[in-house]
Ligand binder design. Structure first.
Ligand code: ADP
Ligand code: MG
Length: 317
């Protein structure tokens, strides 16, 4: 079954599943997924064939922290396995939330999360320069203490506090792409590339080897959207629009951005490398590979943004 409006890739932010500092429990995150899913099901009901991707910055950090706290009792979790755990756990949240929303609205569809492996390059410069924030926001002394004790690299994250940062190599190829397309073309709502995908390297025998890193989910989602030939690509995060001079007195919200402008803003370093930067870069990659329209907005405005009434929209010209 393919819907009349074609394929849309919706990338849901890991941070947008955590609506506030006191709402970080698993049931709280599930509730946030339920709210987001209502808007996604509106898209499905209006004729879009939706493929969902999601981030996992905070969630992978939680798993890594649990692992660190239990050192000495249980063998630690390598980061690629934490990525896989999150694809299962957050995938389950979306799968269940979608199922329940379909039942509620009498929509005959199903959803499935696909464990997704993504190729990275061993020579990617990211391995020498970690930028991707994971885990909770910390105060500076705590962050510095853990950095010294656990060998973390820590940085200030978009003015929200200090966080651990890990290498974020670029996604080169999605191994399960054909399977995702097959399911999606059959009308199944696919949840894929969770947390940006599990980063793997290919050795000289073409065997896959997991890597301890976190791929940016926005870049992985752009690759997926481009390879699926999706006519639209939406990044759902925790701000309604993208701003120039963000967080300064000169801040200006953007409504429409074309490919040239997007590239120019990136060259001017307008966006933070650990948060908004990869989203705008993702839009550029998507458009450069022939994508239709891209949007960055928050979960509440997903449907309005699709109608051109909200969000920051990215187009070829
Ligand atoms: P996600 O989990 O959805 O990937 P991120 O935290 O990575 O979310 O990115 C969204 C955040 O980017 C926003 O909360 C905002 O604080 C920050 N941000 C940085 N630069 C900008 C900008 N120029 N315009 C809007 N938001 C920005
Ligand atoms: Mg992010």
């Amino acid at each position: 079954m393919s819907d009349e409006k074609g394929t849309i890739v919706v990338a849901v932010g890991g941070n947008s599943l955590i609506v506030s500092e006191d709402r970080q429990t698993i049931p709280d995150q599930y509730e946030a997924a339920v709210q987001t899913v209502k808007h996604i099901v509106n898209m499905i009901a209006s004729g879009w064939n939706v493929v969902i991707t999601h981030g996992s910055g905070p969630q992978v950090g939680f798993i890594m922290r649990r692992s660190e706290l239990s050192i000495g009792e249980i063998a630690p979790v390598p980061m690629d396995y934490a990525d896989a755990d999150i694809q299962g756990a957050v995938g389950y949240m979306f799968q269940r939330a979608l199922h329940n929303e379909f039942i509620k609205r009498n929509i005959k569809r199903s959803a499935i999360a696909v464990v997704t492996q993504v190729l990275v390059d061993a020579n990617d410069p990211a391995f020498a320069n970690p930028t991707k924030p994971i885990g909770p926001q910390l105060d500076r002394p705590t962050a510095e203490k853990r950095a010294a004790k656990l060998g973390w690299v820590v940085r200030e994250d978009a003015g929200r506090g200090w966080r651990r940062v890990v290498p974020s190599p670029r996604p080169q190829k999605i191994f399960e792409l054909d399977q995702i397309r097959l399911l999606s073309d059959a009308g199944v709502v696919v949840i894929a590339c969770g947390g940006g995908g599990i980063p793997v390297l290919e050795n000289e025998k073409k065997y896959l080897v997991g890597v301890e890193a976190v791929i940016d989910k926005d870049l992985a989602s752009a690759l997926l959207a481009a390879k699926l030939g999706a006519g639209k690509f939406i990044i759902s995060t925790d701000v309604e629009k993208v701003a120039l001079d963000y967080g300064t007195p000169d801040q200006r919200w953007l409504d429409e951005v074309n490919l040239d402008d997007a590239k120019r803003y990136l060259a001017e370093d307008q966006f933070d490398a650990g948060s908004m930067g990869p989203k705008v870069e993702a839009m550029v990659h998507y458009l450069e590979q022939g994508g239709g329209e891209g949007v960055i907005t928050n979960p509440q405005n997903l449907d309005r943004a699709l109608d051109g009434q909200s969000g920051t929209r990215f187009s070829q010209f």
